[in-house]
Design a protein around this ligand. Sequence first.
Ligand SMILES: O=C(O)CCCC[C@@H]1SC[C@@H]2NC(=O)N[C@@H]21
Length: 305
Amino acid sequence: MPFTTTHLRLISPLIHPSSPSIRSLVSANTKPFRLSASSAAMDSNSSCMLVLSGKSLAENEIAESLKSNSTLKLPDNSEVSIHLQSEIVKQESFDVELFMNSLATNRFGRLLIWSPRLPSTHDVVSHNFCELPVGAVCVADVQFKGRGRSKNAWESPKGCLMFSFTIQMEDGRVVPLLQYVASLALTEAINYVCSRDGLPCLDIKIKWPNDLYLNGIKVGGILCTSTYRTKKFNVSIGIGLNVNNEEPTTCLNAVLRKLSDSTYQFRREDVIAAFFNKFETFYDTFINQGFQTLEELYYKTWLHR
Ligand SMILES: O=C(O)CCCC[C@@H]1SC[C@@H]2NC(=O)N[C@@H]21
């Protein structure tokens, strides 16, 4: 695995003390309560915090209902506390506003579940698949049971972009191709951010089937799992991309620093929003015209050429 679990220091989000849902977390005479994600990060038995938000009113209503019905569960039934983004006063971690403002999709990424630390984003979306709208995404700053392909563990420290989202398909024959659509959307998202922000182009390539390599070193991977239910394939797509953690190999920002004098840093929020923007376009092409329309670009991005 390319990533280590060193440097797990987390920045705490600040929760609004008047929120009834977090009253239990606030002692009677306290000032605004700072929920310590860092202490949670060190204790795998502690409750997992999920913060929900939506791109528009419709998704915010879904978020409210998921919260008020305590719908979301973890596979091992361990404790989960659910909050709305509107209850978070300040957050120096994943910047939900930045992500939502850059998101330009109709379906994907519009309902966001963010957590400072959880077992696996993939487990959250797969386990709660039927309760979530199609395209819902779960993002974590740190995972402590990150999953890779072939039952490998995916080490998931801070600085790595880690997310999983839901998608539903009717034609099982094309489900295996989804991983290629996702890997292509990820490389194109990185290329888009580079060109938009005037950065040098990074040599980001896909190694078959869906690993991402930067200058010959693995920096990302994709995990697709599916179940068949009521004539539909419920597919969970999980992506790990090392944006800002150099240990033990490399990351986007380390390579960028070598290529450019600028102090620019890739932000996870920019990359994930660009990913969904690309993915939605590619997915529509894939469903309407087949993968062959994307094939040329896919092979152009291949490491194996
Ligand atoms: O083996 C691989 O290369 C695929 C790794 C996929 C890791 C991502 S990180 C976000 C999501 N949650 C997980 O537990 N795994 C995937």
